[in-house]
Design a binder for this molecule. Structure first.
Ligand code: GRF
Length: 203
């Protein structure tokens, strides 16, 4: 499975993918790491792993549509089977989402459809939920609105602040993402008429 990763920050999800590949539990290749932030630590992780690392800077482009088109032209040059957004902090404009339909997933730190957008852990605490977690979903034009492939669940404890909850969720994101990528590598997952199918069956 040829994977392109889009990220804007720390890169712990990229690292989880690389570790799984190195451990032989994920039959995949990371064909490129792409960021909208030239100094994002994720690019350093990519470079030190010997991967192609690309930064495209939004202010170098006249508008969002042109930036997104250039970004996905670069992504497509790496000929990925699947694009993984892991902490890519941009809403991707519709033409590129359509272009990548069924070939792009995102990991989001909430149990979607709950708590879309930013500051999901604080949202969960403010809502007083007992359970929180992460989701891997197909990317559609609606922010964090695409069909969910899988959830990882964690308890919320009374002493939690946003940082403690974020840490508990993050450590479950990594195995969740690897598990979903293993299913893609095995050809078991698809997006069919807006529904996730596993082994050809809508779930
Ligand atoms: C993760 O929590 C992910 O769910 C969210 O952004 C964070 C990315 O973390 N979208 P990292 O850069 O992979 O460490």
């Amino acid at each position: 499975l040829r994977i392109a990763v889009l990220a804007s920050g720390r890169g712990s999800n990229l690292q989880a993918i690389l570790d799984a590949i190195a451990a032989g539990v994920l039959d995949a290749t990371v064909v490129g790491v792409f960021s909208d932030k030239a100094r994002a630590p994720v690019l350093e992780r990519a470079r030190s792993a010997g991967l192609d690392a690309h930064a495209l800077v939004p202010r170098d482009f006249p508008n969002r549509l042109e930036f997104d088109a250039a970004m996905f032209d670069a992504v497509e040059k790496s000929a990925p089977d699947l694009v993984v957004c892991a902490g890519y902090m941009r809403l991707i404009s519709e033409p590129q989402v359509t272009r990548m339909a069924g070939r792009m997933v995102n990991i989001h730190p909430s149990l979607l459809p709950a708590f879309k957008g930013l500051h999901t852990h604080q949202q969960a605490l403010d809502a007083g939920v007992a359970e929180h977690g992460a989701s891997v979903h197909f990317v559609t034009p609606e922010l964090d609105g695409g069909p969910v492939i899988a959830h990882a669940r964690v308890p919320v404890v009374s002493s939690d602040d946003a940082d403690a909850l974020a840490a508990r969720v993050l450590e479950r994101e990594h195995p969740l993402l690897v598990a979903v990528l293993r299913w893609f590598a095995a050809g078991r997952i698809a997006l069919d008429a807006g529904r996730v199918t596993v082994d050809g069956m809508a779930v």
